[in-house]
Design a protein around this ligand. Sequence first.
Ligand SMILES: *Cc1c(COP(=O)(O)O)cnc(C)c1O
Length: 840
Amino acid sequence: MNELATPAPAGSEPEAELSADARAAQFAQQVGQLRDAVIEKLTYSVGKDRNTASERDWFISVALATRDHIVNDWMRSVRAAYQENRRRVYYLSLEFLIGRLLIDSLTNLGLVEQMRAALSSLDMDLDKLRQVEPDAALGNGGLGRLAACFMESMATLSIAGHGYGIRYDNGMFRQTITDGWQHEYPEDWLDFGNPWEFPRPEVAHNIGFGGVVDAMPRDNGSPARIWRPSETVVAAAYDTPIVGWPGADKSNFVNTLRLWSARAPDPLRLDVFNEGDYVGALADQVRAESISKILYPADSTPAGQELRLRQEYFFASASLQDLIRRHLRQNGDIDALADYVVIQLNDTHPAIAVAEMMRLLVDVYVLDWDRAWEITQATFCYTNHTLLPEALETWPAPLMERLLPRHMQIIYLINARHLDRLRAEGMEDPGKLSALSLIDEHHGRHVRMGHLAFLGSHKVNGVSALHTELVKQTVFRDFNEIYPDRIVNKTNGVTFRRWLLEANPHLTKLLAETIGKDFYNDAEALKALEPLATDLDFQARFAGARLANKTALAGLIADRMMIKVDPNAIFDVQIKRIHEYKRQLLNILQTIAHYNDIRAHPMRDCVPRVKIFAGKAAASYHMAKLIIKLANDVARVVNNDPTVRDLLKVVFLPNYNVSLAEAIIPAADLSEQISTAGMEASGTGNMKMALNGALTIGTLDGANVEIREHVGADNICIFGLTAEEVAVRRARGNDARDTIAASPMLREVLESIRDGAFSPDDRNRYATLVDMLTYHDYFLVTADFDAYCATQMNIARRWRDRKSWWRSAILNTARTGWFSSDRTIAEYADDIWKVPVRPS
Ligand SMILES: *Cc1c(COP(=O)(O)O)cnc(C)c1O
C-alpha cells in the first residue's frame, strides 16, 4: 500500500483543512518516503550505489520513484473506465511532441517540493537532474505538441482517452549550427532507457502489407474478400501513463499513451542463417523494423514516400485492432462500436484508418457494407491542420494498390457509392464531381486522404475561427455545400500546467500570492488580475518576475552562444519551425533595417533589443536552411559591430525543442507571429507567450485573431495584409519590383544582402533569395515590410512608457485563460465526442 497515493495538489488547498503542524508533518513524511524510494530504485532497479551513481542513474531512479506514484491512480482510472463502461476517445496521431515528463508528472502529483527536499537531503539538485532527461521529441512542431497538450487535458478532465502513435527509435533530429548552417544529427532519446514506459509484449497485432485479394463464395452467396498479404509486421505496444491535474476530489486521473513499435514476426530466419547468409537472415527484420525507426522530419509538406505510407497504415491498423478488441471484450457486440468508441484523426496522417475500419467490419466481422459505413462515419472525426495545397496528402493509386490492395478496392467502392449518390441527387457538373472524388485524376491517379477523412467522419474541425472559415471556403468548399453541418471550429489551446506553472515558477508564485490559486484549476480565474493591471506595485513585481526569467535566459545564451545580452533589453522572440510562410525572413529584414538605422544615427537614443530566433528546417527544405544561414550571418555582423554596442543583439539558439521553448517563453517580451495572413492554421506558440506576459506583434492570422479579441486591440500589435487582401494581391501576381521601388528602406536592405554585406566570404550566397523576393514574393514579405517596420517602431515607443507596457503585458496574462487546452478539450467532448467531462 502506497501511503503517498493522495498527494496534496498545490491548487486544491487540502492544506487548509490541516493545521500548519500537521501539514509540516505530512510534508516531512512524504519527503522521507520519496528519499527512501529513490535510494531503493537506485540500488535495486539501476544497480548502483550512491558513490558510483552518475547523474543519469539518479535521474532514472527519481523517474522510477515518481512513476510508482502514478501507477495506483492509473490502475484506478483504468478500472473506473471499465466499470462505468465509459465511451472512450481514441486520439490517433503520427506525432506526440511530449518533451520531458519529470517535472510535469511531479507537478500534477503535487510532489515537486517534496522531491526537491528529498533529493537535497541526498546532496542532489532536482533542477540539475531534470536537465538530464532527454526530450521525447516524437513530433515536428505545433501539431505534435497539440497532441501532447490534449493528452494532458483529457486526463485532467477525466475523459477515458487513449493516445495512439508510433514509438520512433529516433525522434526529431538534433540540430547543430556550424558556421551558420544547420546540420542534422540523429536523436537518441531511448539510448539510456525510457523510465516512463511499460513494454507490453503480450499486446501485439499483425499488420499486413502487399499480396493479393481473393474472392471466396460465402454461405449467403455474396462473395467474401480475403486479403492475403505477402508480408506481415508485428506491432508491439509500449504504454506511457499520462497524469492529469487533480480534480476536486484531489485524485489524479491517468490515461494511456500507447505507442507501437515494429517487429519482424520471425526475427531470424534460422534456415537462411544456417546456410551462412547472415545478412540475408536479418533482412526481413531490418525491413520490418524500419517502420518505427524514424520520425519524418518534414513539417507542412507530405513525405510522399512508401515508408511513410507504411508507417501510417501500420499504426492505424494496430490501433483499430486494439480498440476493437477492447470493445469486444467489454461489450461483445461489434454493431455497438460507435456507442462506445470515438476516434479523432489528427490531420490526414491516420486517414487510412477509415478504409481499415471498413475492411475490418466487412471482411473480418462480416457486417454488410451499409451498416459498416454507418458505424465508420459515426466513429470517426477528423481535424484539418493546413490549407497549404502542397501539404494535402495524396498517395499514388499504384503505390496504394501494391501496398494495400484490399484498401484500394474499398476506397474505390466508397468513392463509387459517394459519386453515385451525388448523381442521384442531381449533381451533373463533371467539374464538381471530379473535385469531390476521392481520386484525383489530374496527373496520374492519386488518393486524396483529406477527402477520405472528410467522408468517413461525422465531424470535421478546423483549429481556429479564421482557419475553419477558410476550410469551408477553400479545401472543403464543395463538401461543405453538401454537408453543411459537418465542419465545426475548435480553436487550439495549450496546457497551463506545462506552459505556466512549470515553465514559469516565478510568475506563478507571484500570481498565486496575488489572486490565490484558483487559476491552477481554472485558467479563466486569471481574469482576477485585470484590476491589478494598473497597480504600480503589482506592475513592479510582475516586471521583477519577468526580469528573473530574462536573466536566466541571458545566462543560457551566454553559456551556449558566448553572447552577452542585457536582460533589460526587449527580448524580441521568434521561435517555431523555419518556414517561408512563417516569415522569419520578414523579421530578419527588419533587423537589418534597424541595424542600418543604428549605424546611420549613432547618437540617437534607441531602445536596446535582443532578437532571439530558434527553429529547425526540414532537411530537404533548402530555402529554410538558407534563411537560418542568413539569420546567423546577420547575427555575426551585428554582434561584432562596435557602433551597435548593446543596442542590438541577434541570437539564433540551436536545437529548438520543448525544453528550449520552456526556457525562452517566460522571458519573451515580444512574441513574433507574423505569418502571411491565411496561412497559419492556428499557432500555439502565440498562446504560450501571451499567457506568460509577452505582447504579440502579428498579422490577423490563425488564433492571433482570437487573441486580439480576448486581450483587446490595445494590447496586441497587429499589422499587415488580411487574408482577403492577400488573396486579392496574389491574384495580381507576385512580382514585387514596384513595392520595393516604393520603399527606400527595403531597397537598402535588399541591396546590402545582395551585395554580400552579410556574406563577405560568398557574395553570391543570397542572390537567389533576393531574386525570389523581388520577382516571386509569394509570401508577401515585401508587401508587409513597411507596415511591420512601423509597428516595430511603435513597440519601441511603447516600451519606453513602462506603465503602459506592463499594463498590456498583465492584461495578456489575465485574459488568455480561454486558450487553455482544457477549454478546447471540453469543447471537443461536448460538441464532437459526446462524452462527459469532470472539471477539475
Ligand atoms: C508550441 C510549440 C510549437 C508550435 O509553435 P508555433 O509558433 O505555433 O508554430 C512548435 N515547437 C515547439 C517545441 C513548441 O513548444
